[in-house]
Design a protein around this ligand. Structure first.
Ligand code: NAP
Length: 271
């Protein structure tokens, strides 16, 4: 399915995006990764190229928060390689309690996670619409289905990604473009490593209950979903369980999260 196809991956220099780049290279896709840091892009290209595969590997620098930058890069890619699949994996997280979170952090999360996804879809979709084919994958989060303690900014930005992706799916389907939403649980990436050091203990206790996956496991779930034309992927058993519980027994999910928060607070106060 991916042989000779061009896949553009935002956030392809690290974590889930990088694992996707490696896995798609092994399937002979032409892999194009896009993110901000030139140094990270360079080492990611070398890492992807170290996998066996016949496709090309290239990188472009762009900040997904800037529509102009993204449009320029998309036009440059399209000149040599029509984009068959777009994967929006670029994202940020800055966990903090709402009382400690400043307004700038909310703007940052919305700009990078939500508007960043919108910008890239807006730049790529006209080309896919003209060809009447393509696949768009937006990486949301389990925290885009369940509002989690410490994630007032992150959850809000991921709920926005989810709403946008569902509406986009309905609009793109009649034009032969398939849109997929991915909602991973905790995934072992540099993002998680960074946020672990700043995360309130209540957030860590809640996240632990949805399990942790490797970036490769998440990448493989996404690739399977692309092949099977799924519209939603929640990787991992615990993630799926948490998703279904949030849909069908939301009161129980709230009870479990509230209990975890209460036990962390009890431990902290030493009672
Ligand atoms: N790891 C988890 O536990 C987890 C769980 C659920 C969902 N997710 C979601 O999965 C996606 C990937 O996360 P990850 O864990 O793989 O994170 P990561 O290892 O930190 O990688 C994030 C990638 O996004 C790029 N990026 C960040 N801001 C950008 C911007 N403004 N413009 C362009 N590129 C940007 C980064 O490169 P530069 O900084 O060089 O730009 C990097 O390549 C994110 O959307 C995240 O919210 C992650």
């Amino acid at each position: 399915m991916f042989s000779n196809k061009t896949v553009m991956i935002t956030g392809g220099s690290s974590g889930i995006g990088l694992a996707l780049g490696c896995a798609l290279r092994q399937r002979n896709a032409n892999v194009v990764i896009v993110s901000r840091s030139g140094t990270k892009l360079k080492s990611a290209v070398a890492r992807i190229e170290s996998n066996p595969g016949k496709g090309s590997v290239s990188s472009y620098r762009a900040d997904v928060r800037s529509f102009l930058e993204v449009r320029q890069v998309v036009r440059a890619i399209e000149k040599s390689n029509p984009i068959d699949c777009l994967i929006n994996s670029a994202g940020i997280v800055q966990p903090a309690r709402f009382k400690d979170q400043n307004i700038v952090a909310f703007k940052r999360a919305m700009n990078a996670n939500f508007l960043g996804t919108v910008n890239v879809c807006k730049a790529v979709s006209p080309f896919m619409l003209a060809r009447k084919s393509g696949t768009i994958v937006n990486v949301g989060s389990l925290a885009g289905f369940i509002g989690v303690y410490g994630y007032t900014a992150y959850s809000a930005s991921k709920f926005a990604v989810h709403g946008f992706t569902q509406a986009l799916r309905a609009e793109m389907k009649p034009h032969g473009i398939h849109v997929i939403l991915v909602a991973p649980p905790d995934t072992d990436t540099p993002m998680l490593e960074r946020e672990r050091s700043e995360m309130p203990p209540e957030t860590a206790a809640i996240n632990d209950s949805a399990g942790m996956l490797s970036a490769e496991e998440v990448a493989n779930s996404i690739i399977l979903a692309m092949k099977r034309k799924r519209k939603l992927v929640v990787p991992g058993f615990e993630g799926k369980f948490a998703y279904f519980a949030s849909r069908f027994i939301p009161g129980v999910v709230d009870f479990v999260m509230d209990s975890k928060i209460a036990s962390v607070r009890k431990r902290k106060s030493g009672t």
